[in-house]
Ligand binder design. Structure first.
Ligand code: ADP
Ligand code: MG
Length: 362
C-alpha cells in the first residue's frame, strides 16, 4: 500500500482550552507534533490527556484555540473527515459483529466498494498479526486479540494520524510489554504521526520519540525520553517520572550551596525562586569519605537497608532531616560490607547527575 514517507502530517495545537464547569481540562495548551513522530501524552489521571485526544479526533470542540493538521485548520472539521484513526481506551468494538465486520466498519461508512474493503481488511488483519481471524466473533477473542482488532480498525483506511488512548491498560504486564514493542514497530513500518496516551511513565519512556508531560491541562515539559528523565524541568516532572527525593538548597552570591558548601554543577542553575536538588535512588552512590573531584557529597545516617535480590535499597537521612533512598546492584563481594542502620555514610552524586529544579508547581 502507500509508502511510509507520504503517510504523515504534523499537528499544531495552539492555545487549546476546554472547561467542564469549573474544571479546566485543557488550559491554553500549546504543542507541536512532528510529522511521523511517536508522541506520548503522559500525565496522571484527570490531567487532560483524553480530552486532548478527543479534541484531535474531533469528538470534543474546545472553547478556544487552534488545531492544524499540516496547513489545514481542523477545529470545525467533523471526525470522519479528519483522516484520523483512533484506538479508544475500552476498544469500543461491536461485540456481536465479526472481526472483519468491525475492522471494515470505517470503510463502509466511507462507502468504499466491497472488494476494496475485503482487500484492506485482510491487509489490516495481517498487519496486526490476526490474518485468518476475520470470521471470528469479538466475544471469542482474548483481551490481547481484541486490542489488535481495535488497532486494525484504526489503521484500515491508512490514516495519516493515529491516536491511541491507553490502549494497553487492560492487558497483563507480560503482554503489555510485548505489545509496546509491537506498536512501536508498527508505527515505524507505517510511518503515520502517532499520538499515544498513557499514565505509565515506563511505557512512555519505552515507546516514544518525544514525551509531553501534562498536569492540570497544562504542558509541564516536552522532550525526548532521556531529557525528560535526566533533566526534569520542574518538581512535578521529577516526581512523576522515576523516583526522587528533593533537597532544598540555598542560592548565595550566585552559588548554589548545601550546608555551606558550594555544589558543583555542569549547567547554570534555573533562575528565580527557591531551588530543589533532585536525588534519584539509582544516581546516588556509596562512596569512601575522601571526596572524588567529579562528585558532590552528602553526609547521611543509615535508616534501613533492604535486600531485593538483584539490588539493595538503602534509606538514609541527611543532616537537615531530608529522607533519601539509594539503590544499587548487589555484588557478591560487597554484600557483606553494606552499612547497617545507624551508621554514618557518605553519598556521592556525579556532577552530571546533579539536577536542580525550581520549587513549586512548575
Ligand atoms: P485523563 O485522560 O488525563 O485522565 P481527562 O481528559 O479524561 O483526563 O479529564 C480531565 C478533567 O476533565 C478531569 O477533571 C475530568 O473529570 C474532566 N472531564 C473530562 N471529561 C468531562 C466531561 N465530559 N464532563 C465533565 N468533566 C469532564
Ligand atoms: Mg483518560
Amino acid at each position: 500500500m502507500r509508502d511510509a514517507s507520504a503517510a504523515a502530517l504534523p499537528i499544531r495545537i495552539q492555545g487549546v482550552t476546554k472547561a467542564y464547569g469549573r474544571v479546566r481540562a485543557l488550559d491554553a495548551m500549546d504543542l507541536d507534533i512532528r510529522s511521523g513522530e511517536f508522541m506520548t501524552l503522559l500525565g496522571p489521571s484527570g490531567s487532560g490527556k483524553t480530552t486532548l485526544l478527543m479534541v484531535l479526533a474531533g469528538f470534543t470542540r474546545p472553547d478556544a484555540g487552534s488545531l492544524r493538521f499540516g496547513e489545514a485548520e481542523m477545529i470545525r472539521t467533523p471526525p470522519h473527515l479528519r483522516g484520523v484513526g483512533m484506538v479508544f481506551q475500552n476498544y469500543a468494538l461491536f461485540p456481536h459483529m465479526s472481526v472483519a465486520g468491525n475492522v471494515g466498519y470505517p470503510l463502509r461508512i466511507r462507502r468504499v466498494p466491497q472488494a476494496e474493503i475485503a482487500r484492506r481488511v485482510d491487509w489490516a488483519l495481517e498487519t496486526v498479526q490476526l490474518g485468518g481471524y476475520g470470521a471470528r466473533r469479538i466475544d471469542q477473542l482474548s483481551g490481547g486479540q481484541r486490542q489488535r482488532v481495535a488497532l486494525a480498525r484504526a489503521i484500515v483506511f491508512e490514516p495519516r494520524i493515529l491516536l491511541m488512548d491507553e490502549p494497553l491498560s487492560a492487558l497483563d504486564k507480560k503482554l503489555r510489554e510485548r505489545m509496546q514493542i509491537e506498536l512501536r514497530q508498527l508505527h515505524d513500518k507505517l510511518g503515520m504521526t502517532t499520538v499515544y496516551v498513557t499514565h505509565d511513565q515506563r511505557e512512555a519512556l519505552t515507546m516514544s520519540d518525544r514525551i509531553a508531560v501534562i498536569n492540570h491541562g497544562r504542558l509541564m515539559q516536552l522532550g525526548d525520553p532521556v531529557a525528560i528523565y535526566d533533566r526534569p524541568a520542574n518538581r512535578f516532572v521529577a516526581d512523576f517520572i522515576g523516583e526522587s527525593a528533593f533537597l532544598a538548597v540555598a542560592v548565595e552570591d550566585g552559588e548554589v550551596r548545601h550546608e555551606g558548601r558550594p555544589l558543583r554543577l555542569d549547567a547554570p542553575p534555573p533562575r528565580g525562586g527557591r531551588l530543589l536538588l533532585v536525588l534519584r535512588p539509582e544516581r546516588l552512590q556509596l562512596v569512601a569519605s575522601d571526596p572524588a573531584p567529579d562528585m558532590n557529597h552528602f553526609a547521611a545516617t543509615v535508616e534501613g537497608i533492604v535486600y531485593q535480590g538483584d539490588s539493595f535499597l538503602l534509606t538514609a537521612r541527611l543532616g537537615d532531616g531530608t529522607e533519601i533512598a539509594l539503590r544499587d546492584v548487589v555484588r557478591r563481594d560487597t554484600i557483606a560490607a553494606l552499612p547497617k542502620p545507624g551508621e554514618r555514610i557518605v553519598l556521592g552524586l556525579n556532577v552530571r547527575d546533579t539536577v536542580l529544579v525550581p520549587d513549586g508547581e512548575g
